[in-house]
Design a protein around this ligand. Structure first.
Ligand SMILES: [Zn+2]
Length: 390
């Protein structure tokens, strides 16, 4: 349990404490690397600087893929970035122009508080003075920030940032409020799964892929898939996409993680999703949800496009992409800047599901065997009636 497990809680805090934005994930990468080193979990960075967890090199990765087995290699995918901006140029000592990357709140932007960071971490705060939207009006394009409390001199193009609130994260009952749950919660769950396997001393077919720049179109994941490291496998591969996803009717905050049947673009692998859904019924009976989470798209869609059978899990997310949809503490009025929030018990459920997905001998290769057995029983039962007419 996350609230009572102090070390797990501290790992999550360390991650949420870091600034991150698309292409500016270095601080989170640093923290994740230090946790992996402390816990002696092998990892390496791929050429796009995604973190690959569970194997120590490309050679080991390929070796795992080329080991003959019926057990699929599970590739858990979550991203390390969150929508934010990059500094463009100092207009004067106090005004910085910026370019936004990814989704964003769409109203009440002027005066919105932002944090600033560079490669050494947070370096100040500011307020949005002017924001222009992209043509669809669905996200910020660019604008100007009035900067205050800059703690050191920084080059404009070294600065990045995002919307800021009273703290990087805080708890209110079961709810965790933060500048960025999406998708640091998913990344945390992958780390916890790696730790669980390490503690169980299981040599498991596990790879964690912690990606960069998902918010602008799965760029890190695509760069990884383009490496072609899956092309000559001697065993099945199963992608497991982990996301926090905009809460929707039937995917409510606090009612458990969601067996994600699909996203805005795609439905995921039918047979594997059946196996996964039955697994969720067994390990989280009455404490999970199940639906297409079409409030956004996820890296599961990229994995599917690259031919990898994919299942997905979502943690329902309030104030998706810092847009005040559900409101709450520190939230501006509708569609203005707001902290994201998730339920801690949903995160616990997420970690249970990711561990369960690693169980050996699940029927990934023959997901419909039980169904066909039941269909045949039905056929037998009604065999006589079937013959009776016309
Ligand atoms: Zn995300």
């Amino acid at each position: 349990m996350l609230l009572t497990n102090k070390t797990a809680h501290s790992r999550l805090s360390q991650i949420l404490d870091q600034p991150t934005a698309p292409f500016r994930e270095g601080r989170v990468i640093g923290v994740v690397e230090s946790i992996l080193k402390t816990e002696k979990i092998p990892y390496f960075l791929d050429p796009a600087k995604n973190i690959v967890v569970g194997v120590k090199s490309k050679a080991e990765y390929l070796k795992l893929m080329k080991t003959k087995s019926t057990e699929p290699v599970r590739i858990f995918i979550a991203h390390l970035d969150h929508p934010g901006f990059h500094g463009v140029e100092w207009i004067d000592a106090e005004h910085l122009s910026f370019q936004w990357h990814g989704g964003s709140p769409t109203a009440h932007l002027e005066g919105g508080k932002v944090w600033l960071a560079d490669h050494d971490g947070f370096c100040g705060e500011g307020r949005i003075e002017k924001a222009e939207m992209i043509p669809s009006g669905r996200a910020i394009d660019k604008g100007i920030i009035k900067v205050k409390d800059l703690t050191r001199t920084v080059k404009a193009t070294d600065v990045y940032g995002g919307f800021g609130f009273r703290k990087t994260h805080w708890l209110e009952g079961d709810l965790l409020y933060t500048k960025a749950a999406d998708d640091l919660i998913g990344a945390f769950a992958i780390l916890e799964t790696a730790l669980f396997l390490k503690k169980a001393k299981k040599k498991a077919p596990f790879i964690g892929l912690l990606t960069r720049a998902e918010e602008v179109g799965f760029i890190g994941a695509i760069a990884h898939f383009e490496l072609g490291w899956f092309r000559t496998t001697k065993r099945p591969v199963l992608a497991v996409s982990l996301e926090t996803s905009r809460t929707l009717p039937g995917a409510e905050i606090g009612k458990g993680p969601v067996v994600r049947l699909g996203d805005r673009k795609n439905v995921f692998h039918s047979g594997s999703t059946l196996v996964f859904s039955e697994l969720a019924n067994r390990v989280l009976a009455g404490k999970h949800q199940r639906r297409i989470m079409d409030g956004g798209s996820c890296e599961g869609t990229a994995a599917t496009a690259y031919g990898i059978p994919t299942i997905a899990i979502s943690v329902p997310l309030g104030n998706y992409h810092n847009q005040s949809l559900e409101g709450g503490p520190d939230a501006a009025d509708l569609n203005g800047p707001a902290p994201e929030f998730v339920s801690v018990s949903d995160i616990d459920g997420l970690c249970k599901l990711t561990q369960a997905v690693m169980e050996p001998k699940l029927p990934w290769a023959n997901p419909y065997a039980v169904s066909v057995g039941e269909f045949k029983k039905g056929l037998k039962r009604y065999g006589a009636l079937l013959k009776s007419a016309p």
